[in-house]
Design a binder for this molecule. Structure first.
Ligand SMILES: Nc1nc2c(c(=O)[nH]1)N[C@H]1C(S)=C(S)[C@@H](COP(=O)(O)O)O[C@H]1N2
Ligand SMILES: [Mo]
Length: 316
């Protein structure tokens, strides 16, 4: 695939840090004192004025769609990330000062290995994959995005969930100084989401750390976010700082905000209208005509069995 980056700055090839090297240097920074020679090895800061690090050697996935990709420009400038404001162009404008490194994730609840894990330690043992998925927003638009990530299941297994862990809850970072809309009551902060354990362990569920072969832009949920392609986009929580193994269905932000409009499951379903609009069709960003929305966003073959026996009209 030919990838052209629409980075505003003119990035010289010498400024691009392959991400594998980047992770290793960060590991060096942790073991060596952050002085002298160590400080000289500091990589260019991600998402800053300088170049974003690029991943090398991504595994292809049979789960990828071969549909035409939505442009890098649209994927990174038409966003929902309410922490930076409710408008589609607010996230790119207002996330410039967000600092996705250093980053760690707290893991707690019903598991054998709770603790606080550095981003690098979560990622390093895993082979990174490219996953080209459809993303269907509940607002009836959609995109095709080439994510970079790891199956969530592979990461969760390392924490050894207990049999009492029936759900996984996720939490976005709370940083009102860097996320201006968190100073308002637009939503109940921090943004929280959740999945049933079998949904979390499904091979399609991705922990994404990048897109278009480069590290995750701030506006898309840097440095690490969830991608659940058969559910409406709001389930794919961004900038995750906590993962909790819990017994009961956890609260979720949009459900708290409007329970009759946004259920816990929120599987893409063209047969169940949103109370204020139809979900039959969607606008693929970049296309002129609207297209039919597919059951489970086109992933029915993979996921329909998870919901056998559930009434998708009343349990949504
Ligand atoms: N923390 C957080 N995560 C979030 C959101 C948000 O506002 N805050 N918006 C959601 C919605 S509605 C969608 S459609 C997707 C959009 O992801 P994208 O901007 O990378 O396309 O992120 C989801 N994750
Ligand atoms: Mo969305």
């Amino acid at each position: 695939m030919l990838i052209k980056f629409a980075k505003p700055s003119d990035v010289k090839p010498s400024e691009i840090t392959p991400l594998s090297a980047y992770l290793d240097r960060r590991r060096f920074m942790k073991t060596a004192a952050v002085t002298g020679a160590g400080a000289a090895l500091l990589p260019l800061l991600p998402n800053g004025a300088s170049a974003a690090a690029k991943f090398d050697d991504l595994a292809k996935s049979p789960y990828s769609t071969d549909e035409e990709l939505t442009s890098f420009m649209s994927v990174t400038s038409y966003n929902n990330f309410y922490e930076f404001g409710p408008g589609k162009s607010d996230p790119i404008k207002n996330s410039k000062d967000f600092k996705p490194q250093p980053w760690s994730i707290a893991v707690d609840g019903h598991c054998a290995n709770p603790g606080t894990y550095a981003y690098e330690d979560i990622i390093r043992p895993h082979k990174l994959e490219e996953r080209i998925y459809r993303l269907r927003c509940v607002e009836a638009w959609s995109m095709v995005i080439p994510w970079v990530g790891i199956p969530l299941a592979d990461v969760l297994k390392r924490f050894e969930p207990a049999s009492t862990a029936k759900y996984v809850a996720f939490e976005t970072v709370l940083r009102p100084e860097e996320m201006p809309a968190q100073k308002t009551r637009l939503l109940d902060w921090p943004y929280v989401e959740g999945l049933r354990m079998d949904e979390a362990m499904h091979p399609l569920t991705l922990l994404a750390i990048g897109l278009y072969g480069q590290e995750m832009p701030n506006q898309n949920g840097a440095p690490i976010r969830l991608v659940v392609p058969w559910k409406y986009g709001f389930k794919s929580i961004k900038s995750i700082v906590r993962i909790s193994f819990v017994e009961n269905e956890p609260p979720t932000t949009w459900n708290k905000s409007a329970p009759q409009e946004y259920g816990f499951y929120s599987n893409v379903n063209p047969n169940k209208d949103h109370p204020r609009w139809s979900q039959r069709r969607e606008r693929r960003i970049g296309e002129f005509l609207r297209r039919e929305t597919l059951m489970f966003n086109g992933y029915a073959e993979e996921v329909a069995h998870l919901y056998e026996g559930m009434d998708l009209n009343t349990q949504y």
